[in-house]
Design a protein around this ligand. Structure first.
Ligand code: DQA
Length: 144
């Protein structure tokens, strides 16, 4: 069965109770479930990984080079996660960057992502729906 990597960075494991006015009330488990439902008809299995540290996220990427694609919410590592960027540069499959909040409507330090230039697409500001739309986009761009 093909695997889709669903990678979430620091502070995303507490979604649902983390600043819900910004990030919404869906938990990470809810999000993982809805992404899994979206890709199930294609026979893709979601591999959910959430880590607080950059090194562990890098290990997850390296361990899943054979996945069909990835959805990545790097959290604040978008700002200066240079090692994560290098890991994604070496990742051989298309991946989508997702942010629940509209980072450009927020503080200036969130306005740049060092990862985004490598992504197949970027979705921001749509909350948990963004992950489902990223999954849908990967279903389109990844050939059978
Ligand atoms: C986030 C936006 C980041 O700026 C922030 O550091 C996060 C969450 C989002 O999903 O909106 O941790 O990636």
């Amino acid at each position: 069965m093909s695997e889709l990597l669903l990678l979430n960075g620091p502070n995303l494991g507490i979604l649902g109770r983390r600043e819900p006015e910004i990030y919404g009330t869906a938990t990470l488990a809810d999000i993982e479930k809805s992404v899994a439902a979206e890709v199930a008809p294609r026979n893709w299995r979601v591999v959910p990984v959430q880590r607080e540290s950059e090194g562990e996220l890098i290990h997850a990427i390296q361990d899943h080079h054979d996945s069909v694609g990835a959805i990545v919410n790097p959290g604040a590592l978008m700002i200066a996660g240079w090692s994560l960027r290098d890991a994604l540069a070496a990742y051989p499959r298309p991946w989508m960057e997702v942010h629940l909040s509209n980072v450009w409507a927020r503080e200036a330090f969130r306005h740049e992502s060092v990862l985004a230039p490598l992504a197949a697409g970027v979705i921001v500001g749509l909350g948990a729906l963004g992950y489902v739309l990223a999954a849908r986009a990967l279903l389109e761009v990844v050939p059978d």
